[in-house]
Ligand binder design. Structure first.
Ligand code: PPE
Length: 315
């Protein structure tokens, strides 16, 4: 571990951050070391992307992300007076203030530093929105070659242990453990199973597969109800592909024609192998690459049918 000094320059390239109603430079957007969320993982967040379109930057499926952020807060019992409209306005304002053409957007609601101790009640809630200049999530190379996945020895925490429908900070310890296990074993990403052995999701993505020309989406039992998963299923249907929801075991993934990961950060990332077994052709598959292309075209405002998914930053 590298130990930071508090004078270290901000390194995320976030520029101006929305912080409790004000836009402040990243180096001034700081919190106390006694922040409740830092000690107990009591935060909820979103991952959203803005894409460059002919009409300037546009945020992809913003109302859906804002709604899920507030749903996550509700699941954690957070009493916030934020609304979908206020979250969306803060996102748009932050993208505009940084003059970003495209961005990865990270809104966060968290309990502050008024009173340490498990009970969060006496802590005020805070809200921030950061915009980051992220490119592809697992690297351009992985898109070309396909990701190498490892089935994690860590199971996805069941919904009666941690609420998997909430995008809560604390939940992500499960993802971090799986991710570092996969990376330290030389893989690109982890695949998590649930306690029964069914495929749950990646450390930060949902899983889709193709079998005999049908797109199969892993059902949303113990995973996040992914917005990209929903977008890709609708795009596939619009393109005439049959789409169904399935429970799948890891061996069913081994024998699929294609497997891919979908998420806001990962977009559509083809999978080349799982546990060193080649999937299909053992490289990025044709359906994955086609859906990736069509997803990105929709996000860039090039598909009239899906333009209602965009919120243009300049009105
Ligand atoms: N499952 C998990 C566990 C998850 O974190 C994500 C998003 C998804 C599924 C896909 O959800 P959606 O973005 O709505 O399609 N992961 C976010 C966090 C990535 C990170 O490293 O942080 C993301 O993609 O923004």
């Amino acid at each position: 571990m590298t130990t930071a000094t508090s004078s270290q320059a901000a390194s995320n390239g976030a520029g101006l951050i929305w912080f409790d109603g004000e836009l402040v430079p990243e180096e001034r957007a700081q919190v106390s070391v006694l922040t409740h969320a830092l000690h107990y993982g009591t935060s909820v967040f979103e991952g959203i992307r803005a894409y460059e379109t002919r009409r300037g930057a546009a945020v992809f499926r913003l109302p859906e992300h804002a709604r899920r952020l507030l749903d996550s807060a509700k699941i954690l019992g957070m009493r916030t007076d934020l609304t979908v409209e206020r979250v969306a306005a803060a996102v748009v304002e932050t993208v505009a203030a940084n003059a970003r053409k495209h961005a990865y957007i990270r809104p966060l609601i968290w309990y502050g530093s008024d009173a340490l101790g498990v009970s969060p009640e006496r802590n005020r809630l805070h809200f921030m929105v950061a915009t980051l200049p992220w490119g592809t999530y697992l690297g351009d190379d992985v898109i070309r070659k396909g990701a190498r996945l490892m089935t994690s020895s860590w199971r996805r925490s069941p919904g009666d242990v941690l609420p998997t429908k909430a995008k809560a900070g604390g939940n992500y310890v499960n993802s971090v453990l799986a991710n570092i296990e996969a990376k330290s074993n030389g893989f690109d990403e982890a695949l998590l199973l649930d306690k029964q052995g069914f495929v749950a999701e990646g450390s930060g993505e949902n899983v889709l597969l193709v079998r005999d020309g049908t797109l199969q989406a892993i059902s949303t039992s113990v995973n996040l109800r992914g917005i990209t998963r929903d977008s890709v299923m609708r795009i596939a249907e619009a393109g005439g592909l049959s789409v169904e929801t399935v429970m799948a075991t890891r061996d069913e993934l081994y024998t699929a024609d294609e497997v891919f990961l979908v998420g806001t950060a990962a977009e559509v990332t083809p999978v080349a192998s799982i546990d060193r077994r080649p999937i299909g052709i053992g490289a990025a598959g044709p359906v994955a690459l086609d859906l990736r292309e069509r997803y990105l075209r929709a996000a860039r405002g090039e598909v009239a049918e899906f333009e209602h998914w965009l919120t243009y930053v300049d009105g």
